[in-house]
Ligand binder design. Structure first.
Ligand code: LLP
Length: 404
């Protein structure tokens, strides 16, 4: 929810920009830290969700670790002060250069995604006279019940090592003197809201750890990955994910043995609700079949709706929000103090300026009658928003504005 002062402040800022509510970010981090600390669980922030400097500095200050998926993310994590003994490096295609960089940075653990990668990390570590600590990313064939583009833990996905290859994995581990096996890693997908999915994952993890131990490999680390979803439909009333219930599932169903550590890699859940993309209406096109609001932000600034048919709440800040929030505060005339009047509710296709038909944030959005120059907020854009922006059409790089 944006208060009147914030909306007034936006009036003087060139759009589009990401607006970060730092208080919301801290409330979310507090909730996650408190809920995980109860069980002594270790949380690594998945930097890919948002590597905006101010955001990662704030997250780092909470003492979370970092989950990285490129050499540059490893570098950024170290530069931003994440404790290197809490940096993990995942990814199905780590290059030799990236592996060497991570070895030089003495990170905590490589999450290894293929048998060939084990061989290569061993060789590169040997050349440096080092031992690389590794976890095996296992593809558990558990359905995350999320959009198929962000499902990663099924047999047909490219990620991790399939269970039928584990005999070859342990053979390879026995040969690799420069690898230190720490444990097993999983990540089955993103925007998971059904806690049953995590129960199924726990059951698979228990089976897998027994398998390794029966083959003579002690497990120190159980890394369950990330994926906890957020409420894209209710960014004001349900803005902090239910970390308590999430961690409780693992507490209840994971068979944690003495001396083992349980690790998590949360991205979206920590940052999604703390940012909105703020844009202005450039043009209004009233057609016979459709009304279009053409914004100055498009798929180059926020790709998720176009790539995953993702839902984001859309509000006209100059006319009191979306139709629902506007009904609630209809008499807040300060909110409506600029623009060309209140207008009636209409349905709009809210689109961007990019020369692609797919450049549409949402069709048939209920909004108060809208005008050129109105400020539009696209909510819950803190995860996989700014970081997935592109320069397509030679667009300017999207700016960031902070609440403080
Ligand atoms: N760990 C690994 C190995 C991952 O690949 C990911 C995300 C995470 C952790 C963090 O997942 P999270 O907690 O954020 O769900 N661009 C897509 C999401 C892609 C997720 C990629 N991997 C989107 O906008 O929905």
């Amino acid at each position: 929810m944006f208060n009147n002062n914030t909306v007034q402040r936006f009036k003087d800022i060139e759009t589009p920009f990401y607006y970060y509510d730092m208080d919301m970010l801290r409330q979310t981090l507090d909730a996650c830290r408190d809920a995980s600390a109860k069980h002594n669980f270790h949380v690594h922030y998945a930097m890919k969700a948002n590597f905006n400097s101010k955001v990662i500095d704030t997250i780092q200050s909470y003492g979370f670790g970092a989950d990285c998926v490129s050499g540059n993310e490893v570098k950024a994590a170290v530069e931003h002060g994440f404790d290197k003994s809490k940096v993990v490096f995942a990814g199905v295609g780590k290059s030799d250069k990236e592996i060497n960089l991570a070895l030089d940075a003495d990170i905590f653990c490589f999450n290894v995604e293929s048998i060939q990668e084990l061989e290569i990390i061993n060789e590169l570590a040997k050349a440096k006279g080092k031992t690389a600590e590794i976890a095996i990313r296992i593809n558990p064939n558990v359905d995350a019940h999320t959009h198929h583009y962000i499902t990663t833990g099924l047999d047909e996905n490219k990620f991790g090592i399939n269970t039928w290859q584990l005999h070859d994995v342990v053979d390879m581990l026995r040969k690799c003197a420069n690898l230190q096996f720490l444990g097993i890693h999983f990540h089955i997908g993103s925007q998971i809201t059904d806690m049953e999915v995590y129960r199924s994952l726990c059951i698979r993890i228990n089976e897998m750890q027994d398998w390794f131990e029966n083959h003579g490999f002690a497990i120190k680390i159980l890394n369950t990955g990330g994926g906890l979803g957020v409420d894209y439909h209710n960014p004001d009333t349900n803005n902090i994910p239910d970390f308590e219930s999430y961690f409780q599932v693992f507490k209840k169903f994971l068979n944690v043995k003495p001396g083992q550590e349980v690790h998590f890699e949360l991205g979206r859940a920590l940052v999604a609700q703390s940012a909105s993309l703020i844009s202005r209406v450039l043009y209004v096109k009233n057609g016979q079949k459709k009304n279009f609001l053409i914004l100055d932000a498009g798929m180059t600034e926020l790709m998720r709706p176009m790539l995953y048919q993702a839902y984001h709440e859309i509000e006209n800040l100059s006319r009191g929000g979306n139709q629902e929030s506007r009904d609630k505060k209809q008499e807040d005339s300060a909110f409506l103090s600029f623009g060309e009047g209140r207008g009636e509710a209409l349905k709009y296709d809210v689109v961007g300026p990019i020369c692609e038909s797919t450049d549409c944030f949402r069709k048939d959005v209920d909004l108060p009658q809208s005008y050129r120059g109105d400020l539009i907020a696209i909510r819950t854009a803190g995860a996989y928003g700014e970081v997935m922006a592109s320069g397509y059409n030679l667009r300017d790089h999207v700016q960031s504005v902070y609440s403080e």
